[in-house]
Design a protein around this ligand. Structure first.
Ligand SMILES: Cc1ncc(COP(=O)(O)O)c(C=O)c1O
Length: 401
């Protein structure tokens, strides 16, 4: 057992998200009596004697051994993530994709099969296709389609992978239905909860096996780091850790420290991002130059009822379609003055994207349209700027088209 297997502060369900984010996983008395977590910038760790090393290897004492296997600053971040996600244990990775790929490699072997919801992050879907090279087949199913899911299950299916809410249409997976279905078919359920964050939903409370986050988004929250996490029961997480220790998809202490700092304000940021996004969604829904809005906080969203039952907030991303054509939509996006035109989401800066040009540019127009990525679709990821300023900016941009 390495020191990183131990959560210094086990998750305490009675404490609120901000209390957990600030205090979980940290010693009260730190190096030099500092208030904040020190960065343990080291590649390896000292043993006093060979006897001590042997005791560590036998699991008789807790100790860090080598940077790829664990680091005190990374452990603190992992403990905070576990506390926030109501998990026994968490692991941090160098990116959201390295969390997903490491876990799938650790859980699946040749001859087995995975089912993935077709509206998952495109690189996740691409990776499931790549698993075919290793003899692991995958089937894509439409979101919220239990009949298609039932048809896709094979005797060798082991994993069901979904995202909730999804990008860019903000579909919400109904965990009350999905989890019992998976149990009945002996599948592990993995949920990528990046768009929700632990503040807006805790899928583990519904019996989900593992929860992913791209910490690059809301958890870091400042568009300045790349990291990913997985949370769940200690047994599965420790099996994944063995795999991570071999393939080296761990993250570094500086990134972990930035994440620790970001996590402390997560609940504050999410409260504002939830509220601002709801207001913007309602504003654009009522605007004559917007033809369609996708936001689970709106009654018009097909998954609104599921989201209302399952989530504490609806998140910081709203997608909408501009009335008109591609040229008009591009003009709207480029006339916005506050958001940056950039991929990603979840930081303090509002970002805007045109999925047809940016994330789906490699697909033919027909293929794009088939999955709902129209020429007129805009993805708007709300930051923490003042709501009135963002709305005034959207208004001026819509007025100009
Ligand atoms: C829902 C979701 N999951 C996973 C990822 C991958 O995370 P990362 O970019 O940190 O590798 C992304 C990236 O955009 C994402 O949107």
């Amino acid at each position: 057992m390495s020191a990183s297997d131990e959560n210094p502060a086990a998750p305490d369900q009675h404490l609120g998200d901000s209390t957990q984010a600030v205090h979980a996983g940290q010693e009260r008395l730190k190096f030099g009596k500092s208030v904040t977590e020190p960065i343990a910038q080291t590649a390896t760790y000292v043993f006093d004697s060979l006897n001590e090393f042997e005791e560590y290897k036998q699991g008789k004492r807790s100790h860090f051994e080598y940077g790829r296997y664990g680091n005190p600053t990374v452990s603190t971040a992992e403990s905070k993530l576990a506390a926030l996600d109501h998990a026994e244990s968490a692991l941090l990775f160098s990116s959201g994709m390295s969390a997903i790929t490491t876990v799938l490699f650790a859980m699946l072997r040749s001859g087995q099969h995975i089912i993935i919801m077709e509206d998952c992050y495109r690189r996740t879907v691409q990776f499931c296709d790549l698993l075919g090279k290793f003899g692991i087949e995958s089937t894509r199913v439409p979101p919220s389609d239990l009949a298609a899911l039932e048809k896709a299950v094979r005797p060798e299916t082991r994993v069901l992978l979904a995202e909730s809410p999804t990008n860019p249409h903000l579909h919400v997976a109904d965990l009350e239905k999905l989890v019992p279905f998976a149990r009945e078919h002996r599948l592990r359920v993995l949920i990528d909860s990046t768009f929700a964050t632990p503040v807006n939903q805790c899928p583990l409370d519904y019996g989900v096996d593992l929860v992913f986050h791209s910490c690059t988004k809301y958890l870091g929250g400042h568009n300045d780091l790349m990291a990913g996490s997985v949370c769940g029961r200690a047994g599965i997480i420790s099996a994944v850790k063995e795999f991570r220790d071999v393939i080296g998809t761990n993250t570094d202490p500086n990134t972990a420290w930035l994440l620790i700092r970001g996590l402390k304000t997560l609940a504050l940021r999410m409260a504002q991002q939830n509220a601002t996004t709801q207001t913007i969604a309602e504003y654009v829904e009522a605007h004559p130059k917007v033809s369609r809005v996708f936001y689970p906080g709106l009654e018009s969203h097909p998954d609104h009822e599921v989201a209302r039952a399952q989530m504490n907030g609806y998140g910081g991303v709203v997608s909408f379609e501009i009335e008109g054509d591609l040229a008009r939509t591009r003009q709207f996006v480029e006339s916005l003055k506050i958001p940056y035109l950039a991929p990603s989401l979840g930081g303090v800066e509002t970002l805007v994207s045109h999925p047809a040009t940016v994330s789906y540019s490699d697909l033919s127009r027909e293929d794009r349209l088939e999955i709902g990525i129209t020429d007129q679709l805009v993805r708007y990821s709300v930051g923490i700027e003042d709501c009135a300023d963002l709305i005034a900016d959207i208004e001026q941009s819509l007025a100009g088209i």
